[in-house]
Design a binder for this molecule. Structure first.
Ligand code: UDP
Length: 244
C-alpha cells in the first residue's frame, strides 16, 4: 500500500492520499484520549488492535449491505477507505441505558431500548458537542431533514447488525457512536472507525466485565487498558494479535 501526502491528523488517526483520488488511507495511532481530549496517553499497539477490530466490524456491515467507507485492511495499522466528505456529527445508538444519558434524563441504568435510541451530536469543541435534532441538521446546512432521518435509520441497522454479530461472541453491545460522510455521488456512507473506543461492549455473563474504552475512562492502569483491547481482539478475531 503506497501512502500519499498527509491530508489531516486527528486525535487517533492520520488520513493520507492514496494512488486513487476516490480513496484515502487511514493510519490508526497508538493515542488514546477521553474527556474532550483532556486525558491522553499512548498505548503501544493500540492502533493496530483498533484498526483490526474496526476492519472486522466494517466487514460485517458491508456484508449486510450497509454503505460504509471500508475497502481493505493492511496490517498492522492501515485501512484503505472510500474518500468521504465527513459530516461534523456523532450519531449514537443506545440499546441499554448507560453513560451520559443517565445524567441527562430520569432513565434507570440498564433500561433496554427497542428499537435503539438514536441521538445526534454536533461536533464542536467550543460548544462541547451539543445534542441536535433533524431540524438543526437542516439549519446548520449539513443535510435535509429526510437525510437526517436516513442517518438515523442506517444507524439503527448498524447497531442491530453489530449487536447480532457480537452476541455470538458472548458480548452485549450497550451503545455505539458512528460518523457519516458523503461519497462523490453525495450518498451518505458510514465512515470513521467503530471499535472499543466508540462502543460499550459488555460481557454477556460476567456482570461488570467490559471490553471497551470505559476501562480507560474509569482510570484503570494503561497495561490493564491494553489487556482489554487484546482480549477483545482475541475474542473477535479468534487468534493472538502480533504485538510489536
Ligand atoms: N462516544 C464516542 N465519542 C464521544 C462520545 C461518546 O465514541 O465523543 C461513544 C461512547 O463510547 C459510547 C457512546 O458513544 O459508546 C455513548 O456515549 P455517551 O453519550 O454515554 O457518553 P460517555 O458517557 O461515553 O461520555
Amino acid at each position: 500500500m503506497k501512502l500519499g501526502k498527509k491530508i489531516s491528523e486527528g486525535k487517533t488517526k492520520i488520513v493520507y492520499e492514496s494512488d486513487n483520488p476516490n480513496e484515502v488511507i487511514l493510519e490508526f495511532k497508538d493515542d488514546i484520549t477521553a474527556g474532550d481530549g483532556l486525558k491522553h496517553d499512548i498505548i503501544k499497539d493500540k492502533g493496530y488492535l483498533n484498526a483490526a477490530i474496526s476492519a472486522e466490524f466494517f466487514r460485517i456491515l458491508n456484508k449486510k449491505g450497509i454503505p460504509t467507507h471500508f475497502i481493505e485492511f493492511t496490517p498492522p495499522r492501515f485501512m484503505k477507505v472510500k474518500s468521504l466528505v465527513m459530516l461534523p456529527v456523532e450519531v449514537v445508538c443506545r440499546r441499554i441505558a448507560a453513560g451520559h444519558l443517565l445524567k441527562r434524563l430520569p432513565i434507570k441504568a440498564g433500561t433496554n431500548f427497542k428499537p435503539g435510541l438514536v441521538e445526534l451530536y454536533y461536533k464542536d469543541d467550543e460548544h462541547h458537542d451539543p445534542m441536535i435534532n433533524e431540524d438543526h441538521i437542516r439549519i446548520l446546512n449539513l443535510g435535509t431533514v429526510d437525510e437526517a432521518r436516513e442517518i438515523k435509520e442506517i444507524t439503527v441497522k448498524v447497531s442491530d447488525a453489530l449487536a447480532e454479530y457480537l452476541t455470538s461472541y458472548g458480548i452485549v453491545l450497550a451503545d455505539l457512536k458512528i460518523e457519516f460522510g458523503r461519497d462523490k455521488n453525495n450518498n451518505l456512507v458510514v465512515g470513521d472507525e467503530i471499535n472499543g473506543d466508540s462502543c460499550r461492549l459488555w460481557d454477556e455473563k460476567i456482570e461488570g466485565k467490559i471490553y471497551d474504552k470505559d476501562v480507560y475512562r474509569k482510570g484503570a492502569p494503561l497495561n490493564k487498558v491494553k489487556d482489554t483491547y487484546i482480549e477483545l481482539y482475541k475474542m473477535l478475531l479468534k487468534k493472538d494479535p502480533k504485538l510489536g
